[in-house]
Design a protein around this ligand. Structure first.
Ligand code: SAM
Ligand code: SF4
Ligand code: SF4
Length: 374
């Protein structure tokens, strides 16, 4: 893979990113949470419930790699809701405060509301309810938003790459109109799934002309749009660094049309660099995962639908949690296994890629995005 090192947003610190203050790491240890070799606590869990998807986004599941006869995980190999719940419980014992349900397309998993209902009963180490969120392509959201909210879902992020039907259909490789996704977003808003976010992956020359229409459409609606740099994750088989429109370039484009005011934020609390519209029309965000990586504050673990734990989006190998998922092993034993893995964690792929030479060559194959859900 060619190196990629534009630094168009002000650098956040050293080339390797900001180190986590020792005091913060000490505090985490005192609270009983687990920290990795770089002092990063385990705070967020992305739980993938299915590897299938009803879209074939060209940057994630290109049709040539995922044809009609592609061998997806047989349903019997997917974790059951009881197993997913056990995993979630173990992670909360280690300090996880947020669980994001993802996929593939999570709304394809039948009875998802039942899982949400059980996850919503979990509490953090501090005794607060664990935050349950969902990332979806929105195609099935209009039908499900109300029942998911009733089950205890708190937040939804909808992925939407264009307002123009032709651009949307080209990127997601479906026949659906954009209106279907907008109906889903409206249903989520009406159900009280707030704050609502829309995530847009920007590919230079493909949908960068959609940035301003998207900002205009959602301005003043309570929905914040976040523009994500196109990443060279597993699944992005056609990625090249020339396809990346950086967060700074996207921000400049938006700021030229809509006056923006930067929002104070603690880097790490959110991956997006956030701005508000100067006239009070809400927020927009820019996620600089390629040009200004945030590995130093990466507190996320990902579990694929077959029960494999990955500690980085670019991991080449994961740890199967299956041995701890039988009926004779309790969540605390599972938590011990995860603790051991997390304490060994040293991942920082994006920082190494963006740092001055020598850069690592990308090792293939990395885990596919559609397995670990972004
Ligand atoms: N299907 C759901 C969806 O699209 O929201 C959830 C899974 S999808 C893998 C999660 C997120 O990953 C989406 O927002 C998607 O845009 C993002 N994503 C996938 N491939 C990407 C890539 N190459 N670069 C940046 N983001 C990507
Ligand atoms: Fe499916 Fe989401 Fe990947 Fe698109 S980004 S192919 S909707 S899993
Ligand atoms: Fe986290 Fe890995 Fe992404 Fe860095 S490259 S932010 S460690 S997932």
């Amino acid at each position: 893979m060619p190196g990629f090192a534009p630094r168009l947003l002000p650098p956040a610190g050293s080339p390797a990113g900001p180190a986590r203050p020792t005091a913060a790491a000490d505090e985490d240890a005192a609270r009983g949470t687990v920290v990795d070799r770089r002092g990063r606590p385990l705070r967020d869990l992305r739980l993938s419930v299915i590897d299938r998807c009803n879209f074939r986004c060209t940057y994630c599941m290109p049709r040539e790699a995922f044809p009609a006869d592609y061998a997806f995980m047989p349903p019997a190999e997917r974790l059951s809701f009881a197993q997913l719940l056990k995993i979630a419980r173990a992670f909360t014992q280690l300090g996880v405060e947020k669980i994001r349900i993802t996929g593939g397309e999570p709304l394809l998993r039948r009875g998802l509301e039942n899982l949400v209902e059980q996850l919503a009963q979990l509490t953090t180490l501090a005794g607060k309810p664990v935050e349950i969120a969902l990332t979806t392509n929105g195609a099935l959201l209009a039908a499900k938003a109300r029942s998911l909210k009733d089950a205890g879902l708190q937040r939804v992020t909808v992925s939407l790459d264009a307002l123009d039907d032709a651009v949307f259909r080209r990127m997601s490789d479906t026949d659906l109109p954009v209106a279907r996704i907008l109906d889903g977003i409206e249903a989520a808003r009406a159900a009280g799934l707030a704050p609502l976010k829309v995530n847009t992956v920007v590919q230079r020359g493909v949908n960068d002309d959609q940035i301003l229409p998207l900002v205009r459409h959602f301005k003043g609606s309570g929905v914040s749009v976040r523009f994500i740099e196109y990443m060279d994750v597993g699944g992005a088989d056609r990625w090249s660094d020339g396809d990346v429109l950086t967060a700074a370039q996207a921000r400049d484009l938006v700021a030229a049309a809509f006056p923006l005011v930067p929002l104070d934020q603690v880097r790490g609390a959110d991956t997006a660099i956030r701005y508000r519209h100067a006239d009070g029309g809400g927020e927009v965000g820019f996620i600089a995962s390629v040009s200004q990586p945030f590995c130093g504050a990466c507190t996320r673990a990902r579990v694929a639908a077959d029960g494999t734990l990955y500690t980085c989006l670019f991991a080449t190998r994961g740890l199967s949690l299956r041995p701890w998922l039988d009926d004779h092993t309790c969540a605390t034993q599972l938590a011990q296994a995860v603790r051991q893995r997390w304490t060994q964690r040293d991942d920082r792929y994006s920082e190494l890629r963006a740092s001055p030479r020598p850069r690592p060559g990308k090792v293939y194959p990395t885990v596919r995005m559609s397995l670990v859900g972004g």
